[in-house]
Design a protein around this ligand. Structure first.
Ligand code: NAP
Length: 522
């Protein structure tokens, strides 16, 4: 279905949408599904791509998959019996997201190939105006921004990068026309992506040269095929899938202190386990030394791979730990002056994760620009709402990335909270609701204080931290605790303004009714 056909199918009575959702990845799509489940149909989901799926649509590099088990890396309301493995691959995750879009009749609400270029709040009407890159203007009473943290690939500014005569490809925008067979391939980056792509291409290429700047902590990936009998059992009994999800959820919760906190008591055991796994897998002492991390467990993302160490020991693979000095016509020159001749360079160098500034120009109350407000780091109450930007919500916003579990465990809780907020505003006939600045400040203070106890600030560099060394990316706590925090939308934390521009106080009845709604949604 084309974007145009989608819009026609969505036709609504009014020119103003109730909700505009930006992004059709797991979060944005989930928001739409939840709204529809609650009986709301007056919403549209905008996405710059041609399909649903966000990062799982865009990342199609060899070996791409998820290092969170599928039982948990899926919507809680849509358990799926069709996963082939305990850890799903990209194609299947994308298929699952498309299945959800289809099943919950999201396609009529989707407007693809639409880049939202800006959003501006009109204080008089309480309506947001969204401008697309193509010049379209859309009005909406509420905006939900779910652009995802991994929308933009990070290409380091290597000296001489344009002079390379071979092919350069970033994993996030894989070029399927590139033929790696019999080629000398350089892989830059050994993060979660690098350790997936290397083993996936090593049998095809002639020689793989891995350029590693930092060795990571690696745990074995205990993957397994899900048999046809199991699938049949799951199809018959969705509750058994829910049970599997619950088990996985609480297992991940138990790992939280080990992955999040900086204290040695939580570090010694997992580091010991990873070291013995490395020792067991890599016999060569010098290579083992190169593959041994020098920072605390959890400071950077802990990787899950059973084929990285075997790959690194192959005769047709070299590990280069000298820094990259420059790229030449023929390949990569490292700091020791050696030129590594290559036919293809793969950049597994991560994403431009936005930790400061807005995901797009957003202008709120009193012409305040979010870019300006967030210039020293993105902040939002519960990662969802920020003062002076009424009726605007973020999914997987500041402070709410997952440090130890599935991102969906965060976004689903947020989706339900935002649904409550949107419903509350509409049912009360309010013009706007915006979080009280002091409430937001108190939340941010708590996040900053807690972050001091996290391993993320223990000295390594990662995409979690802002240039000033602050964590405003991951949630410093248990997911269950976060879910409890936001299980109920509490209007008394918000400035409520009616259509005559009068400030309204949240009544006891309001609070009670939202409590009931929250209870129902649990
Ligand atoms: P990343 O974690 O940011 O890793 C980028 C890699 O590139 C690192 O090894 C980094 O080295 C290296 N690098 C960057 N700039 C470099 C330079 N100028 N010279 C040499 N090396 C350079 O990116 P990612 O691996 O794509 O993963 C990003 C995030 O995506 C993950 O943390 C995860 O949240 C998500 N992800 C998830 C999965 C999954 O299974 N669920 C899979 C892939 C990605 P340094 O470490 O020294 O900076």
């Amino acid at each position: 279905m084309t974007a145009k056909e989608n819009i026609t199918a969505t036709s609504v009575d009014t020119d103003i949408l109730e909700v505009a959702i930006i992004g059709a990845g797991f979060s944005g799509l989930g928001m739409g599904i939840r709204l529809k489940m609650s009986g709301m149909t007056d919403f549209r989901i905008f996405d710059k791509g041609h399909d649903v799926g966000g990062t799982w649509r865009d990342n199609t590099y060899p070996g791409c998959g998820c290092d969170v088990k599928s039982a948990l890396y899926s919507y809680s309301f849509e358990p799926w019996a069709e996963w082939s493995n305990a850890y799903a691959k990209q194609g299947e995750i994308h298929q699952y997201i498309r299945h959800c879009a289809e099943k919950y009749e999201m396609y009529p609400h989707l407007q693809f190939n639409t880049t939202v270029a800006a959003a501006q709040y009109d204080q008089e009407s309480g309506v947001w105006e969204i401008k697309t890159a193509a010049g379209e203007s859309i009005k909406a009473r509420n905006v939900v921004a779910a652009p995802g943290p991994f929308a933009d690939a990070q290409v380091p500014a290597f000296k001489g990068i344009d002079s390379f005569k071979g092919k350069i490809v970033h994993t996030a925008r894989w070029d399927h026309n590139i033929d790696l067979a019999g080629k000398r391939v350089g892989l830059i980056g050994t993060g979660a992506t690098g350790v997936q792509v290397g083993p996936a291409i090593v049998d095809t290429v002639k020689h793989l040269t891995v350029f590693q700047r930092t060795a990571n902590w690696i745990m074995p990936r205990l993957d397994r095929d899900i048999t046809e009998e199991e699938k049949a059992r799951y199809r018959k009994s969705p509750s058994s899938m829910k049970l599997a999800r619950l088990g996985q959820y609480w297992f991940n919760e138990l790992t939280a202190p080990f992955l999040i906190l900086k204290y040695d008591v939580f570090k010694s055991q997992p580091e010991k386990l990873c070291r013995s796994y490395l020792k067991h897998k890599v016999k060569d002492e010098a290579l083992r030394e190169q593959l041994t991390p020098t920072f605390k467990f959890g400071c950077k993302r802990v990787l899950v791979s059973s084929d990285w160490y075997p790959t690194m020991q192959r005769d047709d693979v070299s590990l280069v730990c000298d820094g990259i000095d420059r790229i030449t016509e023929k390949g990569i020159v490292t700091a020791d002056g050696v030129e590594h001749e290559l036919d293809v360079i793969i950049l597994a160098t991560g994403y431009e994760v936005r930790k400061v500034g807005a995901p797009m120009p957003i202008v709120g109350r009193n012409k305040l620009e979010l870019n300006e407000v967030w210039k020293d780091g993105a902040e939002a109450y519960q990662g969802i709402a920020t003062a002076d930007f009424p009726n605007l919500y973020f999914l997987v916003g500041p402070f709410t990335g997952p440090g130890h579990t599935s991102v969906i465990a965060y976004s689903e809780a947020q989706i339900d909270y935002v649904r409550q907020a949107i419903t509350f505003r509409r049912e009360r006939g309010l013009k706007s609701i915006s979080v009280k600045p002091e409430v937001e400040r108190a939340f941010v203070k708590t996040m900053d204080e807690r972050s001091e106890h996290t391993v993320w600030k223990s000295g390594c560099d990662s995409w979690y931290l802002s240039p000033n060394g602050r964590n405003n990316t991951l949630y410093p706590g248990f997911n269950a605790e976060y879910r409890m925090r936001i299980a109920r939308f509490n209007p008394s934390n918000y400035e409520l303004v009616d259509s005559a521009d009068n400030a309204v106080r949240a009544s006891i009845a309001d609070q009670l009714s939202t409590s009931v709604a929250a209870l129902k949604s649990l």
